[in-house]
Ligand binder design. Structure first.
Ligand SMILES: *Cc1c(COP(=O)(O)O)cnc(C)c1O
Length: 389
């Protein structure tokens, strides 16, 4: 089956009521027929639901859909995207191991790698995603994992997954990709040899700003390790959120087609705007890795960034002049969301740390929603004109 069909038709559980849509199983635990069934399920001799921290049919459906859509064998769903990223580290890394990660990672991922992993003796080095020819010299005898985020948040850096897959294989590294910005509809890291794929399902997968969720996707053996870690430490996804996310997957392809179409149109509009400096979008030919993006992604995604010419001050004025779009921290919503990283999400970083990931003072990140493109363009155009210093 094709992606769109699979996302709609893959349904794992029906009840005796013959419901058409996916049922929801809001239960914390399950009953056993007898002592022997209970014993054998606890002993892992027999498969079955025991307790919703381990498995739940609503959660299982979301996991099986995500595995199928990523073209991998299995998945484990978590309460948030960060729980998925953290579990993907903790299930495989131990004291004495070394992690290589692309520098332009999500803010909380940066905190986990720099402030928490070292507490357990896990060391790290950053890689520049734009110069993979230098990666080899960063590999140490104890390097265990390669973690990449592409396209990155918020800079939209694109990393060559063909190269990364070969590099991971040659160096026997566990290849772990945060595929949040692309989703499996636009990019399937497994095709390039990824062993683990993490998602914040909060973003495009829910796509409607309702629930938090995350998932780690991989092959059977690897997901067994993730499940073992999560089953005992407890970052499990709730059945309700899993049900919302399973339903959301049914519309992922059509939503993303429109997100991408609107984002590309907005990027073209911004490129011609007087108040705008650099515009970044993976499928613009001015993007330094446009060729790579076009090779590994179906479309350019739903995010666009640009520079307002007057820097920090004009950036703030621009936000205040926005009338329709939302000022919000989320992304991947039906509603267009505008953020100014230098004064908000990345305000606590030093100027130098912001520079490293391309966050200039006038950088604006737009998560382009599903409103009519003319209304999005009009709102942003008016705000740009009003914000002239
Ligand atoms: C939002 C995000 C996360 C974290 O997801 P949460 O669901 O907020 O925990 C991880 N990676 C990327 C790229 C993100 O954008």
């Amino acid at each position: 089956m094709n992606f769109e069909t699979l996302a709609i038709r893959l349904q794992t559980d029906r009840t005796q009521h013959r419901e058409h849509s996916t049922p929801i199983f809001p239960t914390s635990s399950f009953v056993f027929d007898d002592a022997e069934q209970m014993r054998s399920m606890f002993a892992d001799e027999m498969e079955g639901n025991i307790y919703s921290r381990f498995t739940n049919p609503s959660v299982r459906e979301f996991e099986e859909k995500m595995a199928a859509l990523e073209g991998m064998e299995d998945a484990f769903a978590t309460a948030t995207g960060m729980a998925a990223v953290f579990a993907s580290f903790m299930a495989f890394l131990k004291s004495g191991d070394h992690l290589l990660a692309s520098r332009a990672v999500f803010g909380s991922t940066y905190t986990v790698i720099t402030q928490f992993l070292p507490r357990w003796g896990i060391t790290f080095d950053w890689l520049n995603g734009a110069s993979p020819e230098n990666w080899q010299q960063a590999v140490k005898p104890n390097t265990k994992m390669l973690f990449l985020e592409t396209p990155s948040n918020p800079g939209l850096d694109v990393i060559d997954l063909v190269f990364a897959g070969k590099f991971a294989k040659e160096n026997s590294l566990i290849f772990n990709v945060d595929n949040c910005f692309a989703t499996p509809y636009l990019q399937q890291p497994a095709k390039f040899g990824a062993d683990l794929i993490t998602h914040s399902a909060t973003k495009f997968i829910d796509g409607q700003g309702r629930v938090l969720g995350g998932v780690v996707v991989g092959n059977k053996e690897q997901i067994a390790e993730v499940r073992k870690f999560c089953r005992s430490t407890g970052p499990s996804l709730s059945p309700f959120n899993a049900w919302v996310l399973s339903k959301s997957l049914e519309t992922l392809a059509v939503r993303l087609d429109r997100h991408c179409e609107n984002a590309l149109a907005l990027a073209h509009f911004l490129q011609k705007h007087e108040q705008v400096g650099k515009v970044t979008y993976p499928f613009l030919d001015t993007h330094p890795a446009c060729d790579i993006a076009k090779r590994q992604m179906k479309k350019g995604g739903g995010l666009v960034t640009f520079e307002v010419k007057g820097g920090l001050e004009q950036g703030r004025k621009f936000l205040d002049a926005i009338a329709m779009c939302s000022l919000s921290a989320n992304l991947g919503d039906t509603r267009t969301i505008v953020t100014h990283p230098a004064s908000t999400t990345h305000a606590k970083l030093t100027e130098e740390a912001r520079q490293e990931v391309g966050i200039t003072k006038g950088l604006i990140r737009i998560s382009v929603g599903l409103e009519h493109i003319d209304d999005i363009v009009e709102d942003i155009d008016k705000a740009l004109k009003k914000s002239v210093l």
